[in-house]
Design a protein around this ligand. Structure first.
Ligand code: 3PG
Ligand code: MG
Length: 396
């Protein structure tokens, strides 16, 4: 695959220009506040750079999956407030993302001012990549800057469609993500291991299948592991599982063996009767998961095994927590694996919102080689999937 060369904002003289800046400010909210501002902090440098050079900036993002309808809990207000704090200047949230009022507001922007458009997924035309809607989004502006790497795997009106109507440039976050992840995709330091966790076995399995020819090993934890254990014939009690995938996993394991790609699954797990912080819990070998109990974390012997492999790795990409990290007694596997990673010589990359949040909470984010803002986009990029939003940004 060719390395991706992007036309970036560095090629732009932004003074006075009205900029449509697509960012991925899709952050978790809790009680009407931003619960993890990682993506907002990651987007801030491009906004700051444009504003300092006298641009007039309107930022556009989606938040959650409102499916084309207005959902009050997914309005951009709290995000605008946090972005304003980070920039040290007011960022007003508008009640819409297209239309006359928006056009007026944009026309009245002074150089160095920034505002935030309303959640673009309140409009069904966004995900349909509707051309008329893209034209409306673009109408008030002079240029399109795309900094939304985490949404680069989606061909939507605000990520792809607008580029038909405006000259398009990549922001600094987009540039950095593509640069770091291209390095891994094209020329990883070996051995190259993928550490996966999280709950959605189906999503992860597609990724593993595509990555198989590119990697040296997979380490499987989190909810995903129980579908692997089931595929190996273990009884897994009431653990999360997707039995439809068993055949595909058996096939993957066979092909991995043929290629000499190692697949490491848990040897022990933490089980409980329910996912609750005061639930009775036990550590059991995977051969002895009791009926009626569910696996909620990897066990200490598994941590040791994973740590041993990670110690000798050249590159590790980590996507998905090792257990039910949000409930403290089941966070130990994730915390221990994070420690093993920051202690290894490998180039360590964290991908995925939840994993990023976990390392942030553990206070370890700075000690990883790179924390990507993307989840699906990061894995998609590494597996060589086409990234529609990068196409209009390619340097000619
Ligand atoms: C993400 O969090 O994965 C990105 O913001 C893209 O969101 P989506 O998965 O809802 O398209
Ligand atoms: Mg996603």
């Amino acid at each position: 695959m060719n390395p991706v060369q992007l036309r970036t904002v560095r090629n732009l003289a932004p003074r006075g220009l009205k900029v449509f800046l697509r960012a991925d400010l899709n952050v978790p909210l809790s009680g009407g506040k931003v619960a993890d501002d990682g993506r907002i902090r990651a987007a801030a440098p491009t906004v700051r750079w444009l504003v300092e050079r006298g641009a007039r900036v309107a930022i556009c993002s989606h938040l959650g999956r409102p499916d084309g309808a207005v959902v009050d809990a997914l309005r951009m207000g709290p995000v605008a407030a946090r972005l304003g704090e980070l920039l040290g200047q007011q960022v007003r949230a508008l009640p819409d993302c297209v239309g006359d009022t928006v056009a007026q507001e944009v026309n009245h922007l002074e150089p160095r001012e920034a505002l935030l458009l309303e959640n673009v997924r309140f409009r069904p035309e966004e995900e349909e990549n509707d051309s008329g809607f893209a034209r409306k989004l673009a109408a008030p502006f002079d240029v399109f800057v795309n900094d939304a790497f985490a949404t680069a795997h989606r061909a939507h009106a605000s990520t792809v469609g607008v580029a038909r109507f405006l000259p398009a440039y990549a922001g600094f976050l987009m540039e950095r993500e593509v640069e770091v992840l291209s390095g891994i995709r094209e020329n990883p330091r070996r051995p190259y291991h993928i550490l996966v966790g999280g709950k959605k076995a189906k999503d992860k399995l597609g990724v593993l299948t595509d990555l198989l020819p590119r990697v040296d090993g997979f380490l499987i934890g989190g909810g995903v592991a129980f579908t692997f254990l089931a595929a190996q014939g273990h009884k897994i009690g009431r653990s999360v599982v997707d039995l439809d995938l068993v055949g595909t996993i058996q096939d993957l394991m066979r092909r991995a063996e043929e290629r000499g790609v190692m697949i490491v699954v848990p040897v022990d797990v933490v089980v409980a009767r329910e996912l609750a912080k005061d639930a009775e819990r036990r550590i059991v070998p995977v051969e002895e998961i009791p009926a009626g109990w569910m696996g909620l974390d990897i066990g200490p012997a598994t941590v040791e095994r994973f740590a041993e492999v990670l110690q000798g790795a050249g590159t590790v990409v980590w996507a998905g927590p090792m257990g039910a990290f949000e409930v403290p007694p089941f966070a130990q596997g994730t915390a221990a694996v994070a420690q093993a990673l920051v202690g290894s010589e490998a180039f360590t990359v964290v991908g995925g919102g939840e994993t990023g949040e976990a390392v942030e909470k553990l206070g370890l984010a700075d000690r990883f080689g790179y924390v990507s803002t993307g989840g699906g986009a990061t894995l998609g990029f590494l597996r060589g999937e086409s990234m529609p939003a990068l196409e209009p940004l390619r340097a000619a």
